[in-house]
Design a protein around this ligand. Structure first.
Ligand SMILES: CC(C)(COP(=O)(O)OP(=O)(O)OC[C@H]1O[C@@H](n2cnc3c(N)ncnc32)[C@H](O)[C@@H]1OP(=O)(O)O)[C@@H](O)C(=O)NCCC(=O)NCCS
Length: 334
């Protein structure tokens, strides 16, 4: 299977459907669908097999290895059979947005159009928001297929703009409609205003049990510790938000080339899969600033949720260690 360097996970699935890095073997099906649906695509002549081979060799093959590809393309599968393709295109890595593209096998359009659009959008959203940490995704559609908008709106996309006479169709100029959706996840640098939230989460019984220091944290000590940490260049701390609610704290404490990571999810927000997202996004921010760092996590052997969360985020068990006289598992980010 092809694999994108930029993605931590390669396969995103829901029931019988999945998106996987675009497969060479699907290129002629894709060519056929594109040719059948040329009227709504930015394509002005039918593709030939040679065109398609060239495109896969010259453009697609390079995307897998790039640190910041301009597009990420997927085959859309039903039980392993390709029934569509699409991706994130015109990715803007600075402003963190991307356009969504998708077409399905032409014969499915009559009866399954909305269903496949909605399934596909839910999968591509996971790539964009949970793995890549993009802020906004949008669709750009020639105003020719009004039934598309129902699928967008049912998936939480909102109509954002009408670009007047922005596309040309059969020698007339037609409108282009933009629908967009914003990420519910957001990380910013931790700041003094987070002092009390972090204190409360730190004293939650599950946190104390999973920490290598059992005693309750005292407020004055916590305030001093946090104030000092925020000033230290070796500390890189983030506050994570979900739907605008403060939901988790991710910290990196650096010593030479090793960064030790810790995470604490607000007790009310646990069990919703946020640890995976905040670990992914936190690591991206940390490594963007400190490129050479290796990231280590120390986890108590009985902390099953933490082991799963770190494994899913790309960590692997490395060794058994003793921390403050207690058993610890060292996991390393790969
Ligand atoms: C550990 C912690 C970070 C996990 O975060 P979370 O957002 O609650 O966990 P998620 O919802 O992302 O779940 C992570 C995985 O653990 C599983 N899980 C959750 N609670 C679990 C439990 N009590 N036992 C076993 N598995 C559990 C989930 O099903 C999920 O697995 P999946 O991805 O295979 O579905 C969070 O519970 C926490 O902050 N705990 C207190 C502090 C702590 O332990 N920090 C880590 C120190 S190393």
């Amino acid at each position: 299977m092809n694999s994108y360097k930029i993605l931590k996970r390669q396969v995103f699935s829901k029931d019988n459907y999945a998106i996987v890095p675009i497969r060479m073997q699907d290129r002629f099906d894709i060519m056929q669908w594109r040719n059948e649906q040329m009227y709504h695509l930015r394509q002005n002549k039918p593709l030939t097999e040679d065109d398609q081979n060239l495109y896969f060799e010259r453009v697609v093959a390079k995307l897998f290895e790039q640190d910041q590809p301009e597009q990420i393309l997927f085959s859309y599968l039903e039980n392993e059979k390709c029934i569509g393709y699409g991706g994130l295109v015109h990715i803007n890595w600075i402003d963190k947005h991307a356009e969504i593209s998708f077409i399905m096998a032409t014969k499915l359009e009559a009866n399954h159009f909305e269903q496949h659009w909605q399934t596909y959008l839910s999968l591509i959203e996971q790539v964009a928001f949970k793995d890549l940490g993009l802020h906004k995704i949008y669709t750009y559609a020639f105003d020719l297929r009004p039934h598309l908008y129902k699928a967008f709106e049912a998936s939480g996309f909102k109509k954002e703009a009408v670009l007047k006479e922005h596309g040309r169709f059969n020698d007339t100029f037609i409108d282009v409609i933009l629908h967009s959706k914003f990420s519910p996840y957001y990380l910013r640098n931790a700041s003094p205003e987070d002092t009390l939230s972090i204190y409360e989460w730190a004293n939650d019984p599950a946190t104390r049990q999973n920490s290598f220091v059992y005693d309750k944290v005292k407020l004055e000590e916590h305030k001093n510790w946090f104030k000092t940490k925020l000033k230290q260049p070796e500390a890189d701390y983030y506050m994570g938000f979900y739907q605008n609610i403060k939901s988790g704290f991710v910290r990196f404490d650096m010593e030479d080339e090793i960064s030790v990571i810790g995470i604490n999810i607000s007790p009310e927000q646990r069990g919703k899969g946020l640890s995976n997202v905040f670990l992914n996004l936190g690591i991206k921010l940390h490594l963007a600033k400190y490129k050479q760092q290796q990231i280590h996590a120390y986890i108590k052997p009985e902390n099953e949720a933490s082991k799963k969360a770190f494994t899913k985020a790309g960590f692997r068990f490395f060794s058994k260690e003793i921390i403050k006289n207690q058993n610890a598992l060292l996991y390393k980010y790969e």
